[in-house]
Design a protein around this ligand. Structure first.
Ligand code: KG4
Ligand code: ZN
Length: 338
């Protein structure tokens, strides 16, 4: 069964094909239009999805040497995300399902991120802890088995990627902020400025707005010359503060629940400082740590096709009433039956 995955929840237009043979093809169309606004403009995002989604689908089918007739099912992100963006993906998915008489399955975007570590073997052994760190979400999830999740904690304010984006704006760096901060931090000392960690000892929840405000006040107090001189140190110290919190909470959850693996997914998992900290954690504790290839950390349809493949095999189907769910929770999705 060849599953076409479609992802349009935010500002990446993406399509992929996944089957028993693994990932057959995938493509992500990056929307550069948002860069000059310093963040995603929802109306521009949905218009760009409308222009590029069908060409992107045609491209992956051609890349795999297939035709539309070879498709066996369609999996599409139905939430959480921007409503206008979700609608484009959903309508194209439904149109294809009707025209080609294919089964349709709606996928929770967060669950899709979790499946990014199941594209290529070795897969994480379960039960595991999965840290989802992206621009829209920061959640610590106990994955009892695929399809069975318990959210242990989530951010109370900014998502980790959002904190990177906002701090990059404060420091006058570009958008998206994560790669810009990472690049600026390369020449900096990460112990130069002691920013708050916001650890909240008795909770798995996260909070990054205090850290963001601390960077803002620190930056404001500097003269323009000092700002330039200290930029690398501030970026490195901020990045280290985020990494410390993420790693500390993930480790505590792994120890409390005695899991067999730790996975870290979402756009922030591309961050090389975080990846290094996770390697160190694995070496020190013996907990196997899994991080997807960078292209499967940020939003992509490969992970959606993969999750769809799993649910379709378990008999899960959506009907044409499948509606966009902008605030969908990981807990509020249907579970496959045994
Ligand atoms: O998963 P994703 O593509 O979209 C959402 O579902 O939100 O994540 C995008 C986020 C952005 O906030 C971006 O700044 C962040 O991931 N990001 C990074 C890096 N690359 C992307 N954050 C830190 N370091 C990076 N290298
Ligand atoms: Zn995402």
């Amino acid at each position: 069964m060849i599953v076409l995955g479609i992802e349009t929840s935010c500002d990446e237009t993406s399509a992929a094909l996944y089957s028993e043979q693994g990932l057959l093809a995938h493509a992500v169309h990056y929307q550069a239009v948002h860069e000059e606004y310093g963040g995603v403009v929802p109306e521009f995002a949905s218009r760009a999805h409308m222009r590029t989604l069908i060409p992107t689908i045609r491209y992956v089918i051609r890349r795999a040497g297939l035709s539309f007739r070879d498709l066996g099912a369609v999996a599409v992100t139905y939430g959480p995300g921007l409503v206008g963006s979700l609608i484009v993906g959903l309508n194209v998915a439904k149109g294809l399902a009707v025209a080609l008489r294919l089964p349709l399955v709606g996928i929770n975007h967060i669950e899709g991120h979790i499946f990014a570590n199941f594209l290529e073997e070795p897969f994480p052994e379960l039960p595991g802890v999965c840290l989802v760190v992206s621009g829209g979400h920061t959640q610590l999830v106990l994955v009892r088995r695929l399809g069975d999740y318990r959210v242990l904690g989530r951010t109370r304010d900014d998502a980790a990627g959002e904190a990177f984006d906002k701090v990059a704006r404060i420091l006058g760096l570009g958008y998206p902020g994560g790669p810009a901060i990472e690049a600026a931090a390369a020449a900096g000392q990460e112990n130069a400025v002691s920013f708050p960690r916001g650890l909240m000892e008795n909770s798995y929840d996260f909070s990054f707005s205090g850290l963001k405000t601390a960077v803002l006040y620190y930056h404001r107090a500097l003269s323009p010359q000092e700002r330039e001189k200290r930029l690398a140190d501030v970026a490195a110290s901020f990045q280290k503060a985020v990494v410390d919190v993420l790693v500390a909470k993930a480790l505590r959850a792994c120890q409390e629940f005695g899991v067999r693996s730790l996975s870290v997914v979402g756009g922030v998992a591309r961050n090389r400082r975080l990846r290094r900290a996770l390697e160190e954690l694995a070496a020190e504790t013996g907990i196997p740590v899994f991080v997807p290839k960078p292209e499967f950390c940020t939003d992509n349809a490969a992970m959606i096709a993969r999750a769809g493949f799993f649910h379709l095999l378990h008999g899960v189907r959506s009907d044409l009433r499948l509606a966009p769910a902008p605030s969908l929770n990981l807990d509020s999705r249907y579970l496959p039956t045994d």
